[in-house]
Design a protein around this ligand. Structure first.
Ligand code: ADP
Length: 202
């Protein structure tokens, strides 16, 4: 329910920022979604999100990178959490990371698409955003959840991610800035394209 005028303003902002959409959501706050290529362990934000597994005891991919960069205290805290269900999220401190918090969420394993994978992935983004807002985070960075070892098709995951983040920012104005930190060019492009489609309304 965005007016035509607002929509064209958004498109202008979108072009201007080349990959970031800035939306004046009213009420004085500017909520923003950005897409960058990079290593999330180097990202300075109030919280970074970890594409964890349900055991929360570390793993490969971005999970391994976050644990290595944060140091062993992260695993120690994770051991006290008793795991996490797919689509839910738990928060820890960031230890040696530049981020104050790590929000751990197990995304779904892709099993062909008719096992609720899209809804579970949306739940991972929503749970993480909610937890960030509850902990007074203003800036939050996500990796591309489930599109590595968990095999979620990249274009579909990107569409779910940007839609879920934008819907959240439309409703809840506690967060200031959400950034997708994509590890490679193919991933960055998929999120850019998903964002452009969402703005175009298809
Ligand atoms: P999942 O098990 O949820 O699929 P993976 O860690 O295997 O998680 O992959 C998720 C995404 O994270 C992939 O796009 C992968 O390239 C990316 N990734 C891996 N390391 C990093 C990192 N240091 N920063 C950001 N993204 C990363």
């Amino acid at each position: 329910s965005i007016s035509m005028k607002r929509e064209s303003e958004m498109k202008n902002m979108y072009t201007e920022f080349a990959g970031a959409g800035t939306r004046d959501t009213g009420g004085g706050g500017i909520d923003m979604i950005g897409i960058v290529k990079g290593d999330i362990t180097k990202f300075r934000a109030d919280a970074i999100v970890n594409a964890a597994n349900t055991g929360l005891l570390g793993g490969g991919g971005v999970d391994g990178a976050i644990h290595r960069a944060a140091g062993p205290e992260l695993l120690e805290e994770c051991r006290t959490l008793g795991g996490c269900k797919t689509g839910e999220a738990k928060i820890t401190k960031g230890y040696r990371l530049p981020a104050r918090f790590v929000i751990h969420t197990p995304g779904p394993v892709w099993r062909g698409g008719d096992h609720g994978e899209e809804e579970l992935l949306a739940n991972s983004y929503r749970s993480s955003l909610t937890l960030a807002a509850e902990n007074d985070c203003k800036t939050i960075a996500f990796p591309s959840i489930s599109t590595g070892v968990y095999g979620f098709p990249l274009d579909r995951a990107a569409a779910v991610a940007v839609k879920t983040i934008c819907d959240f920012l439309d409703r809840d104005h506690r967060l200031g800035e959400v950034t997708m930190v994509c590890f490679d060019e193919k991933t960055r492009k998929a999120y850019e394209d998903a964002m452009a489609s969402l703005y175009r309304g298809n």
